[in-house]
Design a protein around this ligand. Sequence first.
Ligand code: IPM
Ligand code: MG
Length: 353
Amino acid sequence: MEAVITLLPGDGIGPEVTAAARKVLETVAIRSGHTLTFHEALIGGAAIDATGDPLPAATLAHCGNSDAVFLGAVGGPKWSDPNAPVRPEQGLLKLRSELGVFANLRPVRVYKQLADASPLKADRLQGVDLLVVRELTGGIYFGDKTRDADSASDLCVYHTYEIERVVRFAAGLARDRKRRLCSVDKANVLETSRLWRDVTNRVLSEEFADVELETLLVDAAAMHLLSRPSSFDVMVTENMFGDILTDEASMLAGSMGMLPSASLGETACGLYEPIHGSAPDIAGKGMANPCGAIASAALLLRHSLGLEADASDIEAAIAAAIAAGARTADIATSGDQCLSTTAMTDAIISRLG
Ligand code: IPM
Ligand code: MG
């Protein structure tokens, strides 16, 4: 297999976790006889500093000529001035939009050895295996914004086709899992949510009679994620609810640093990123958890390159490293020795077989 991968390290711990993911991909490529070509390009604050633009045209061109795109993280205090003309996050949102990756898959896998790292009681975590599908290119993230002296507005718009395609995507994934889909909205308040619910009910009844549909309001969903996390299979929701609920869900796994994501659209070229942010407080210290990034690399092999065996080998290597007690600071409990980002990466690589 030959493939071109664009790496967008970005800001904060982004470069550190991107290096970890690249090392794992290179190891797998050598082992399995693939030729992976990597191109690094600028995004976010790093791109603003170098070019004034959080998503330079050269970066977008690289991504457009790739089989997959991997992103570390964007943002940080240096670029957070509310009056700044451009922000790092705009680069990421534009990239998602330009790549057309409307379905953001955020699997939440819980390792029983990390139960102590989660604030939840261990018995609640038993059997948790959920997949959040977050709509990624619509809603309040992309609506018109206004600001004057004493008011501001963010418009939330959803079109029927945007809801249909992401709900179909999520229901299709549920069909290959436990055949349960939970759609999350705020239909008691928001018109966009009432459309979301109507469309979801129709798509499920017309096309997915074999998938059981549950509907929850987002406030209740936030609670049920903690009180009965193992009852969920696939959850589908709009852009902002998905952003919020997946940070919450990451606590089931023990840390934001554990969760990967895959953003997919109509083409095979997906965008892969850990769900965590740039973590400026620990940037450059070599202590970031690379697991979310490495698991994102596994998703890249699976969804964009069709290399299922290599993808599951990486996932098994992460599980084996965790089972053997390898811990970065964010998932360590008292008495654990903390590994650096590179030592954790090597602990995973050494279990790749
Ligand atoms: C995420 C992040 C981004 C988002 C930020 C960095 C714009 O929080 O990927 O979850 O809100 O989508
Ligand atoms: Mg987020």
